[in-house]
Design a protein around this ligand. Sequence first.
Ligand code: SF4
Length: 179
Amino acid sequence: MAEKGMKPDRSFSHAKEVLFCPSAQPGLNQSLILGIVDKRGDESQVTLLSRPVKVSVGTMSAFFGSTTRPTEVFRFAAPCEKGGCRNWSGSHCRVAEQLVQILPAISAGLPECSLRPMCRWFQQEGRSACERCPQVLTDDQGFEAALNGSGPVNSPYHTDRVFGEPPILAEFQRPLPAR
Ligand code: SF4
């Protein structure tokens, strides 16, 4: 859970500001490149950009016809769709809720991130989300399995916690809209 002074806030649903999902698909409206996937052997982490970059047609065209998904190279942020997303519980994001429970903190301090004032995960879970955030790879099967409580024991995301929720992150598997 979030530390003192950084309390999770699930009461902001009335707020007018747009909050961004920091692990979104690039084809969503107003999507941004949030970070670059840094592959290191079997492990990968996301290096957050000092400033998110707007996703352009050029960004997407680089992947047309490629077997590499954009989310294997970048992590994207896009406005949180709340009720339009299967990961929305009705009051909060279940991905953020679970990631702070199944992933270890890898950063003692807050990673530099200019999305923070608008980040759904930070607004909800506070710095606990940020301390784990760079490990999250969108569409990663190991992470999805861990969120669903079915990850293999040797997975870095393995958890003994049993989740009763139906499979989530299907939201992240949407095909990209034609441009
Ligand atoms: S580092 Fe924190 S504020 Fe930035 S995207 Fe990750 S969870 Fe959100």
